[in-house]
Design a protein around this ligand. Structure first.
Ligand code: NAP
Length: 321
């Protein structure tokens, strides 16, 4: 089969489009014919070798989010049929490939009205947004949420989830088309995080009260200011960060606020099961509609890795084998 292989850690150029051996499912495993693979910023950090002891063994195939059909199943699997439409929440062999070997627990039904490209845009973005909003921030209807970086994969997912439960949403983006997308998906007001005074505009939009919840995609830039935008008992969930930041702890103390960090892969099984059930319901009833802004051939994985780190996000980038 064709797959993207990484033989050494480094820049996007280490992503090689190659012929490699087809995997074969053992007991409890499923082989998925990949129709689309999602590109997450995390895939680029891993490719760079930035995870220390948790780096994958070389060579490896990147990617955890795929959508496609069941190609074959190993012994002991009798609840999936060949050809079933599915999406993955992780793989054993990597998603940037024509075939992906998965554990049974990593394979989930893909509702009929969700395309394969959308299916590759589900788990990391929507799972992260759901866990941040509902399991960690314990967000409630009628609360206000600032989605700081709402135009990307996680941000759009969070906008749709927050809208579905009746929260008031403020969203930021850095481009006109991103701002338009965030507004169209349900934000009450949108703000450009490249404008000099936008934090004061957000505070003014809450009449000075502040927001109940902040989902933060770039904490190293924003966390210090986020604390000043929080309402009493407000919660900041740190989803993304690419460096250090200075904060004033008194801003948290004065509000009795909380700053909670998260990594999706640390979600306990029982809470992951809640996430899967909630996302399936939302995808099936049309509340959740993944936005795919860019589709590229699998061979263009290096270009996808460059683009996912550039400004001007518009939903997800997916690769098509
Ligand atoms: P993405 O699709 O590339 O989107 C990135 C978002 O960040 C865009 O909305 C972008 O806006 C925005 N952004 C850029 N500059 C910003 C600024 N100064 N302030 C606020 N937002 C800014 O990435 P993603 O998949 O949504 O992921 C977002 C971040 O969360 C990444 O750092 C990712 O690694 C991390 N993440 C963490 C977890 C976890 O488990 N903790 C899971 C998933 C993702 P414009 O492009 O419009 O400027």
């Amino acid at each position: 089969m064709k797959a993207i292989r990484v033989h050494e850690f480094g820049g996007p150029e280490v992503l090689k489009f190659e012929e490699t051996e087809e995997p074969w499912p053992q007991a409890g495993e499923v082989l998925v014919e990949v129709k689309a693979a999602g590109v997450n910023p995390y895939d680029t950090y891993m490719r760079s070798g930035g995870y220390g002891a948790r780096n994958p063994a070389l060579p490896y195939t990147p990617g955890s989010d795929a959508a496609g059909v069941v190609e074959s199943v190993g012994p002991e699997i009798n609840d999936l049929a060949l050809g079933d439409r599915v999406f993955t929440t992780g793989t054993i062999s990597g998603a940037y490939a024509e075939l992906a070997l998965c554990k049974r627990s990593q394979v989930h039904p893909l509702p009929q009205q969700i395309s394969f490209a959308q299916g590759a845009a589900i788990y990391v973005p929507y799972g992260t947004a759901y866990r941040a909003l509902f399991q960690l921030a314990q967000a409630r209807p009628a609360e206000t949420v600032l989605i700081h970086g709402a135009s990307g994969g996680v941000g759009i997912a969070a906008v749709q989830l927050a809208r579905a439960v009746g929260m008031t949403i403020f969203g930021t983006a850095g481009s006109e088309q991103g701002l338009e997308l965030v507004r169209a998906e349900g934000a009450r007001q949108v703000f450009n995080h490249r404008s000099p005074d936008y934090q004061n505009e957000i505070l003014a939009a809450t009449n000075g009260r502040g927001v109940d919840v902040i989902l933060e995609m770039l904490a190293n830039v924003n966390l210090g200011n986020d604390l000043k935008l929080l309402a009493h008992l407000g919660r900041v969930i740190v989803i993304g960060s690419r460096g250090d930041v200075q904060i004033t702890p008194r801003e948290i103390m004065a509000r009795q606020g909380s700053v909670i960090g998260m990594v999706l892969w640390n979600t306990p099984d029982a809470e992951a099961a809640s996430i899967h059930a909630a996302l399936y319901a939302g995808l099936e009833n049309g509340t959740l509609r993944p936005i795919v802004g860019v589709e590229l051939p699998l061979a263009s994985a290096a270009e996808a890795h460059r683009r996912v780190m550039e400004p001007g996000a518009f939903g997800k980038i997916v690769l098509l084998p």
